[in-house]
Design a protein around this ligand. Structure first.
Ligand SMILES: [Zn+2]
Ligand SMILES: [Zn+2]
Length: 223
């Protein structure tokens, strides 16, 4: 974990760096903290200048805020789902909730669009499976990494919230959460609530989300 509240900036989602031979970053914070995340990646023994891929799990500003800057500085590849890509590219202040965060978001064009249900990204020393999990936004996705012993699920914002401002669909979300339960992941790296393990805790967290009242918010709230 190289970014998030207490690590980079309070407005940032949790940011995860993966060493798959190639360096992969999962989401990148709300936009003012790339310097700190960069330093944190270095402190973890990885080289942020060699960032290979920035995976954007969905188009909310707390997840994509630094993407344009990171692309410009490192030349990394940006991966996003096709359904959220237009908001990533335009920086649409309503869809990305940049207006709520008071961020002047600079859009960036993704280099690779995930389309369909599943896709596997190959890296020098491993692979990441992407799974489309619409609901929070239409282009939300998760990434799964198998260590050989553990199945690690990077599931940002699996808790919601939901608003028509960013195309939420609560029924689609329920189906997506069932997909995540079926994965039986050993570890869940979540976007705002931290890391859950073992598998029983991952399941408990997801079932708790499903069981709680999840209203469609007329006005979106940050997260
Ligand atoms: Zn979100
Ligand atoms: Zn978030």
């Amino acid at each position: 974990m190289v970014g998030g509240s207490g690590l980079s900036d309070g407005a940032d989602c949790l940011v995860y760096a993966l060493d798959l031979g190639d360096l992969v970053l999962i989401d990148c914070g709300a936009g003012s903290s790339w310097k700190q995340i960069y330093t944190n990646i270095r402190s973890a023994g990885l080289d942020p200048d060699k960032l290979h891929t920035l995976l954007l799990t969905h188009a909310h500003v707390d997840h994509i805020g630094s993407a344009a800057q990171i692309k410009a500085e490192t030349g990394c590849r940006i991966v996003a789902h096709a359904n959220d890509a237009p908001a990533v590219e335009s920086g649409d202040p309503a869809f990305t909730v940049a207006s709520l965060y008071g961020v002047d978001l600079q859009g960036v064009k993704p280099d690779h669009l995930m389309k369909g249900e599943e896709e596997t990204l190959q890296f020098e020393a491993g692979e990441l499976k992407l799974i489309h999990t619409p609901g929070h936004t239409p282009g939300s996705m998760v990434a799964v990494y198998e260590t050989g012993e553990e199945r690690i699920l990077f599931g940002q914002d699996v808790h919601g919230p939901f608003s028509p401002a960013f195309g939420s669909d609560i029924e689609a979300w329920r189906q997506s959460m069932q997909k995540l339960l079926d994965l039986k992941a050993d570890v869940l790296c979540e976007g705002h609530f931290g890391v859950f393990r073992p598998a029983s805790e991952v399941e408990r967290f997801i079932r708790e989300q499903l069981a709680s009242h999840k209203p469609m918010m007329p006005e979106p709230i940050p997260l």
